[in-house]
Write a protein that binds this ligand. Structure first.
Ligand code: DGY
Length: 323
């Protein structure tokens, strides 16, 4: 049987599905596998089932000359050098679609929590400050009937736009390419990025992390936003310049942020961003419902097994590998 490296125990029954067709080497610890250990483990492996915390680059691929498939239990592939995999003829599996709605739920939860200051409200109660009703206690910014700017109108961005309709929001978006079909379907209007930032009451970043989107939200971008605006990041921490965000939240350049992802990630409890009352951070939980994580694990297993058997992957991040 082919040898496969699995870098964390996946939820649900994905591991059993892989074990039916391969000899599994599993990193069984409750923390990401150290790069050095992974490099040793992949020697002679035909398949790699990895997590978004693992780096798959030239060095790793050199250590795995027999690798026929890489399958990540995530939709984002910024941890994988996809171009190099393609050049080496290795298909890369990922997990689009199955996490879209759950991730859009998280984006909206972050938007509501940050804009309406719910985290501060929870702390207020927990810290024993709640003595009476106050007419001006923790006043936030309305989400309903506001203008939502979505950066990246991919699957998750579109699902966020769909939810915005239920809140009576006007949606503007910016994307690498204009999507007129999505505009018609969602009633979203295309804007150049500077215009989107200036016009939006709230901004959701839902674009993949690439060389073009790295630190897209920098000091200049934050300066363009409204002082009452909320920034939500549901993509990757690297799309936002963390130091610039700390400065903007401190100075009141923007009102609040809700972050599923950070740079660095994980972010230490002593990081200045974490100490800010107007920043609500969760530990990369975008897709973290029981059902969705199991579906991601299953799809990643299906991708891996297909690659081992020489079949097209059900969800391939580099379809050009098939020529
Ligand atoms: C992904 O799949 O890329 C998500 O970030 C996981 O929550």
């Amino acid at each position: 049987m082919a040898r496969v490296v699995v870098t964390r125990r996946p939820p649900g029954s994905a591991l059993e599905a892989i074990e039916r067709v391969a000899d599994v080497w599993l990193w069984g610890e409750d923390r990401p596998i150290p790069a050095e250990t992974l490099h040793e483990a992949v020697a002679g492996a035909a398949g790699l089932y990895c997590m978004l915390t693992d780096t798959v680059d030239d060095g790793l691929l050199d250590a795995a000359p027999e690798l026929r498939v890489v399958s990540t239990m995530a939709v984002g592939v910024d941890n994988i050098d996809v171009a190099t995999c393609t050049a080496r003829g290795i298909p890369v599996g990922h997990t689009p679609d199955v996490l879209t709605e759950t991730t859009a739920d998280t984006a909206f939860a972050l938007l509501l929590t940050a804009a309406r200051r719910l985290g501060e409200g929870r702390d207020y109660v927990r810290d024993g400050h709640w003595r009476r009703w106050e007419p001006d206690l923790l006043l936030g910014t309305d989400v309903h009937s506001s203008t939502l700017g979505i950066i990246g109108l991919g699957r998750v961005g579109r699902a966020v736009a769909g939810r915005a309709a239920g809140f009576g929001m006007r949606v503007v978006y910016n994307s690498r390419t204009r999507d007129e079909a999505a505009e018609a379907e969602l009633g979203a209007t295309y804007r150049e990025l500077p215009d989107l930032l200036a016009e939006s009451d709230h901004v959701v970043v839902a674009t993949p992390l690439t060389a073009e989107t790295a630190r897209l939200i920098d000091a200049e971008a934050l300066d363009r936003m409204k002082a009452t605006a909320t920034l939500v990041n549901i993509s990757r921490g690297g799309t936002v310049d963390t130091d610039a965000l700390v400065a903007a939240l401190r100075s009141g350049t923007i009102a609040a942020a809700g972050l599923d992802v950070t740079d660095p990630e994980p972010i230490g409890a002593d990081h200045p961003l974490v100490g800010l009352d107007n920043c609500f951070i969760i530990p990369h939980l975008g897709s973290s419902s029981e059902r969705t994580r199991a579906a991601m694990a299953d799809l990643a297993a299906d991708n891996l097994v297909a690659g081992l058997l020489g079949r097209p992957l059900p969800a391939c991040a580099n379809p050009s590998v098939y020529g």
